[in-house]
Design a binder for this molecule. Sequence first.
Ligand code: ADP
Length: 481
Amino acid sequence: MKKILFAASECVPFVKTGGLADVVGALPGCFDKSEYDIRIVVPFYTCIPQRFSKDFKYAAHFYLSAGAYINNEYVGITEYQYGGIKYYFIDNKRYFSGPRPYGDIREDIEKFCFFSKAVLSILPVIDFRPDIIHCHDWQTGMIPVYLKTEFAGGDFYRGIKTVMTIHNLKFQGVWDIKTMKGLTGLPDYLFTPDKLEFNGAANMLKGGIVYADKITTVSATYAEEIQTEYYGEGLHGLLSARRGDLSGIVNGIDCEIFDPANDDSIFATYDFNNFWAKKWENKVYLQEQLGLEKDRNKYMIGLISRLTDQKGLDLVQRVLNEIADDNTQLVILGTGERRYEDMFKGAEWDHKGRISANIYYSEELSHKIYAAADAMLIPSRFEPCGLTQLMALRYGTVPIVRETGGLKDTVPPFNEFTDDGLGFSFSNYNAHEMLHTINYSKQVYFDMPIKWQQMMLRGMTTDYSWNSSKKRYEELYDSLT
Ligand code: ADP
């Protein structure tokens, strides 16, 4: 039996701000339980819904010190069984209170230094010695560092391997060296350019990449891209040096949660026998709910996204008026940077009945949009994997994407002559190239409905589950144990 511990800062259904939570929540459940004992450790945030936390069971507690700034902090261990998986929630009210998992970056750095050391420290207490600790993103980057240094002496920890998965290289957890020494208690020799040092500061994700046995990211294309200066966020040299240990494994989605045939959130469920009529129904209901002009023949484009620079929203801004023509509606769901929130709110005002800007977070509305929209726009500047295009495809909604990272790997472009492809894509980060692609998609939608329908069907019948990627992770784990 292989024992694997997932360590992460978020996990569906307990706490989610983005795709990381979807992955950590879905992947562990895919492995064969007779071969893999996979457990998950995440912080016990007070914002975890009470319907879960009321059943968390206290297991033990102790006190932990790291550097001078983290002194005798309470580490509570609570356990919870969910979906056949054992979860550990690390409790510390000072660090994990508040309405959201993240806030001020300085505080986040401190709490995830604490969390990383706590994850290793609880293992003997819960009597679980994993063969592999699978770390996700910068918040867990210090785990491989601690394991190979401060924790390396003890018999218990000897031989534990680590995998570091990069879900987004943009976020690295960087702070000045003096503070980081104060937080971690790690010795001077670690804060050099070949280890944690980064542009004069200390970098938690870099530590994870240097010390992990294997590194993965969430698509083959992104694994290549991050070795280049444009996408490498300052770590391309290191990633390129470690390319022998770096692989790209594309994400799947939870096909039970995202299933148009069995989805309580949408107006009318459907499958590949009746999708055409039922998607119309979903569209008209959503138009009514959102105050858009009720007309099933409008071309409805959805955009579900964190509203940040990464997502290519400046391209959308440039050509918004051209996109929202007489035959087109745009439904936005997202939160993020104020300027994009204001931009979409303003656009809704300027294009009443054509644009609907929903500046909040709602799982339910996201499902309704996946079901109702004809197309999903994802023009990202960079995209490690992207899940929205997979969710869209599953609901028969055609993605329009920029050819980067996982978008490139999962959305082969439509070819009207050979009748294949799953969506529309453009290569350069350029507003008019995007507009041209959107206009071409409209042409196919309005003038070649049979080809459009066939493309929807291809999307709906492709397998986006974790089945094949799970095997890649198994191979990776097997190579380490
Ligand atoms: P990222 O992880 O960069 O945010 P992904 O495409 O990997 O992007 O994952 C985004 C996930 O978050 C998807 O499940 C998407 O449906 C969801 N999502 C994003 N914004 C919202 C929102 N405002 N309301 C509901 N779901 C959202």
